[in-house]
Write a protein that binds this ligand. Structure first.
Ligand code: FEO
Ligand code: CA
Ligand code: CA
Ligand code: CA
Length: 613
């Protein structure tokens, strides 16, 4: 339903009404069509999806699970086409309880670890990492993916070889029995958000990699301190039973192969993905890329965990529009820094350079490889601000201002003297028990993204403005549908308008029980801080990966884990007796024998035109 027009707003669509049900919804006057679903065949000879006859071999030929970040690469390469291109899609993680029929025994909330066979593990690994798929808009204005498209590719965690570049490549802490040279690895994990470089490659962030490792940390091992900060083993997966690299007692340095930004060339299906160690190892959300006015490439990155940091990488070399091959190595060498947000409104970028300040051999930093492998420890040592879960950081292409999504942090303690300083509120993270998140706007001086000091201010504190305990600060023009909680991914269209996607996790009370979705957000003028609801997901899903085509006429979004954030529904109904239980929605197929399927949705305006204009 529509909630009425709002005069004077930079987004002229009619607002959607908030709510929650089994379906997805978009503002009136728009179409939101399912483009590609988990299991859809990618190659000419790929088998059709059959959730009752899954195998690793078929999953390697099909679209993976839990789609997240999306990126659009025009075809032909170098054109500005908005009707034909390659869509990159991250596959963040798998959920055995949602994917496989009959895994949970009667009367149990969760499947037992022994229910997970080697074949299931290999299917899970095959369903991870990412897909590249050709997409095309037909004469009828409808998008479809091209089965058998010549660039179509499945990058996965089972058999895709990748290499390391930068200071940690070949480092002693990267050498394993499987990869004794410390320069290569199989697969990437938990790819959440990402970014696009000006030379037409995708950057994909490895986020919650700790969930993949089994074993116990040897408290005398030199890697122990880094495990404690970054990779405390909390196995969501059984992979370590079958693959030594996920068992930390067998491969103590195996975890150092994950937690990086990975660069992939979509236009070369034979290219080897490269893990860019110069950008640091942490729980990467995404990568906001811009070319600085002096030609250096700047990448902004969030580390999504409670009390972690916001980072920036500035390349040493300069972007050359005429030399794509040279640009491909720009992110191998440069300066990584981390942000300190002071109460006077200054951001100071603190360099993470071995030998500078506390980053000395005495503190465990013998070379720059040590710095990037233990980036979190280095960042805290130099005095970076501990934030409320930094997610996407994106640059407004029109104004050059930089926006940081801070999703929430319910562990931030009240401002009492007996709480350690790092866990108490600070100027940039002002709310204790921050369940709702906020957005910070950063101002590079004179548009210089490489400057050592920026200014910052809070654009909005999220949450329900009608509930005073949230302390939410939306513009008063925001309607009861327009407020949101838990900003996560964001995107700018080419007109410089901000779109915010939300991820409330399983905490439906934080949004008064309504679905995640995408909101348009005013950043300029008297309506700055006003948000308006445009699209919402089915129950239990999260909105991820918003991407506009170059003409702003198409918006791709991922609908991740439909049905599964409504935890009670999953645990009480489970996938038992060889069937898929109904987790509250069987989106998008709505067939009794089919599971809910994570899918990419494509949004267009009826009759054509820019989204939200
Ligand atoms: Fe995978 Fe930070 O969300
Ligand atoms: Ca995310
Ligand atoms: Ca999130
Ligand atoms: Ca989620």
């Amino acid at each position: 339903g529509a909630a009425g027009k709002q005069a004077g707003f930079g987004f002229s669509f009619e607002e959607l009404t908030r709510g929650i049900d089994a379906k997805h919804h978009v503002a009136p006057g728009y179409d939101a069509d399912v483009l590609i679903r988990w299991g859809d065949p990618l190659f000419a000879d790929s088998p059709d999806f059959d959730p009752y006859k899954q195998s690793a071999a078929s999953q390697l030929q099909q679209f993976g699970y839990n789609c997240d970040y999306t990126a659009f690469f025009p075809l032909p390469q170098g054109s500005n086409s908005a009707d034909h291109g390659l869509l990159w899609v991250n596959h963040e993680y798998t959920q055995a309880e949602m994917m496989f029929p009959g895994l949970a025994p009667e009367g149990q909330d969760r499947y037992p670890p022994e229910a997970v066979t080697k074949e299931i593990v290999e299917i899970e690994m095959a369903a991870h990492s990412g897909s590249l798929v050709e997409v095309k808009r037909g004469k009828d204005g409808k998008w479809a993916y091209v089965k058998g498209g010549k660039f179509n590719r499945r990058i996965n965690a089972l058999n895709t070889k990748m290499v390391f570049t930068g200071p940690a490549a070949g480092h002693v802490r990267m050498k394993t029995k499987e990869h004794p040279d410390g320069r290569s690895v199989i697969g990437m994990l938990n790819n959440c958000a990402g970014g696009v470089t000006p030379w037409g490659t995708v950057l994909s962030g490895e986020e919650n990699i700790d969930g993949y490792f089994m074993g116990t940390v040897d408290q005398t091992h030199p890697e122990q301190r880094n495990y404690d900060r970054m990779t405390v083993p909390s196995p969501w997966y059984q992979w370590g039973r079958f693959q030594d690299r996920f068992h930390i007692n067998k491969e103590p340095y195996g975890a150092n192969h994950y937690g990086w930004i990975v660069e992939i060339d979509p236009y070369d299906p034979t290219s080897t993905p490269r893990k860019l160690t110069a950008l640091g190892r942490f729980k990467h959300e995404g990568a906001g890329v811009t070319v600085n006015k002096d030609g250096r490439v700047v990448v902004y990155m969030g580390d999504d965990q409670r009390f972690e940091h916001v980072y920036r990488f500035v390349s040493k070399g300069k972007f050359n529009p005429a030399d794509r091959k040279a640009n491909m190595t720009l992110l191998d060498d440069g300066t990584l820094s981390v942000a300190r947000f002071d109460a006077d409104g200054t951001v100071t970028w603190l360099p993470l350079v071995q030998g500078q300040g506390p980053l000395t051999p005495a503190n465990g930093f013998k070379d720059q490889g040590d710095v990037v492998i233990a980036a979190r420890i280095a960042a805290t040592l130099v005095g970076a601000t501990r934030m409320d879960r930094p997610e996407d950081v994106e640059v407004n292409p029109k104004t050059g201002l930089v926006y940081v999504m801070l999703t929430n942090n319910d562990d931030r303690l009240p401002d009492l003297p007996h709480h350690v300083a790092a866990s108490r509120p600070n100027a940039a993270n002002p709310r204790a028990a921050n369940s709702w998140g906020h957005i910070i706007e950063m101002h590079p001086p004179g548009g210089d993204h490489a400057a050592s000091k920026f200014k910052w201010e809070i654009l909005v504190k999220a949450g329900n403005p009608a509930d005073p305990k949230t302390g939410a600060s939306f513009n008063k023009a925001t309607t009861e549908n327009g407020w949101f909680s838990c900003p996560d991914n964001c995107a700018f269209d080419s007109m410089g308008r901000l779109w915010v996607g939300t991820d409330q996790g399983s905490k439906w009370q934080w949004t008064s029980g309504s679905s995640d979705g995408i909101w348009a957000m005013e950043t300029q003028g008297p309506l700055r801080g006003t948000a308006r609801l445009f699209f919402r997901t089915p129950v239990g899903a999260e909105l991820t990966g918003p991407t506009f085509t170059p003409d702003d006429q198409t918006l791709f979004v991922s609908v991740q884990h439909p049905g599964s954030d409504a935890v009670d529904r999953v645990t009480k109904s489970g996938n038992r007796n060889g069937t898929f239980a109904d987790p509250g929605t069987r989106w998008p197929d709505f067939k009794d024998n089919m599971p809910a399927r994570p899918s990419v949705v494509v949004i267009t305006k009826k009759g054509g035109g820019a989204i939200g204009a």
